[in-house]
Design a protein around this ligand. Structure first.
Ligand code: UDP
Length: 357
């Protein structure tokens, strides 16, 4: 029996871990315990995902959230270390690029507990993003690096990380999109509740620090939305809500702000949108998984293959004319490519954890 401690803390990690937790439950030979750092704590940023996606209740909940990067990361390392000393797992499993990822990684490696990083090898090459630091340091500390695509393997090789412990398993978010996409069709009533028809709206999310903390960028995003001929549905992240109020940003009349959504409602809105506009890493890929064109409100993206395949258009909220960007019509990109695997990333992760030596 292999004991796994999965460290999660933020919304995208709940979704990624949901896909892998299902596989742990179905497979013999694993005991998974979930450690929730508390980085995201609102019920609609955390609890709803555990309920809807059937993620086992966290064994450990550290309740660390609401502070700055240094304070949070420091407190997380201290408390994760205490759990790991008691539990002595065979693996610590971390996801993505948040402060919880880095804290889990540092706590594990200092105790010589094997560390596996899911979504290894992603880079924006923008060191001002806190996520870029978190993911890079985590990769360099990891024993097993599980990448979502082939280009991440090349990126790691360019940083001197290569060999049999770098494995392209595919993207667990694709697993999640397939499994929970079907469930969303059966369970979500969001289109009815919001009175939206398929193909009649733009779905938008904005939460990256580089956009929320820069008043000019935030204002440009909203004036861009104002030029959209279709209404813009915006499930609003708590940080963005707070900054909009603090900077006095005007919300145009065609923007419909709603609270953050559970995953099933979010997927349903993604599937039926005419266009998705986002600065989220995960939502860019989900647009592609569900066959919807995407405008990415950033200067660069970690998911360049989507730009090359014509599914994703980069639009800088600082340099580009966003009104022009939103008044255009977008067509679907190329079909047939499978840059993120076959939807079996979770099973492949379990195999790598088992076979590792
Ligand atoms: N998401 C959600 N509800 C929302 C907004 C996003 O369930 O109101 C999901 C989205 O479908 C994706 C994930 O959250 O699976 C992305 O998380 P986020 O944008 O917070 O982080 P990132 O992917 O940028 O790290």
């Amino acid at each position: 029996m292999k004991k796994i401690i999965t460290v999660v803390g933020a919304r995208p990690q709940f979704i990624k871990a949901a896909a892998v937790s299902r596989a742990f439950r179905d497979a013999a030979g694993f005991e998974e315990k979930i450690l929730h750092t508390g980085q995201h704590f609102d019920s609609n940023m955390s609890d709803v995902f555990f309920e809807e996606l059937d993620i086992p209740r966290p064994h450990f909940h550290l309740g660390i959230g609401g502070g700055g990067h240094g304070k949070n990361t420091g407190r997380m390392i201290e408390q994760i270390e205490t759990v790991l000393v008691d539990e002595r797992p065979d693996w610590v499993l971390v996801y993505g690029d948040t402060d919880s990822t880095l804290a889990g990684a540092l706590a594990a490696v200092k105790l010589h507990i094997p560390l596996a990083h899911v979504e290894a090898g992603l880079r924006s090459f923008n060191k001002r993003m806190p996520e870029e630091i978190n993911r890079k340091l985590t990769d360099h500390a990891s024993d097993l690096l599980l990448t979502p695509n082939a280009s991440a393997v090349e990126t790691l090789a360019a940083e001197g990380i290569s060999g049999r412990h770098v494995v392209n398993v595919g993207d667990v978010m694709y697993d999640a999109a397939l499994v929970f996409g079907e469930k969303a069709e059966a369970k979500s009533s969001v289109l009815r509740v919001l009175d939206l028809g398929p193909g009649t709206y733009v779905l938008a999310t904005v939460h990256r620090q580089e956009n929320t903390d820069a008043p000019v960028r935030l204002r440009n995003i909203f004036s861009g939305f104002a030029a959209s001929p279709l209404p813009v549905v915006l499930p609003l992240h708590p940080r963005t809500r707070q900054r909009i109020a603090a900077f006095g940003v005007d919300i145009p009349g065609n923007v419909r702000v709603v609270d953050p959504l559970g995953y099933l409602d979010m997927v349903m809105l993604e599937k039926n949108a005419a266009l998705i506009a986002t600065d989220s890493g995960g939502v860019q890929k989900e647009a592609y998984f569900h066959g919807v064109p995407c405008v990415t409100l950033r200067d660069e993206t970690e998911w360049n293959e989507l730009v090359q395949l014509g599914w994703n258009t980069l639009a800088s909220p600082e340099r580009d004319d966003l009104a022009g960007v939103f008044s255009k019509k977008y067509l679907p990109g190329q079909l047939g490519a499978a840059p993120y695997g076959n939807g079996d990333a979770a099973d492949r992760i379990l195999k790598e954890l088992t076979d590792y030596n």
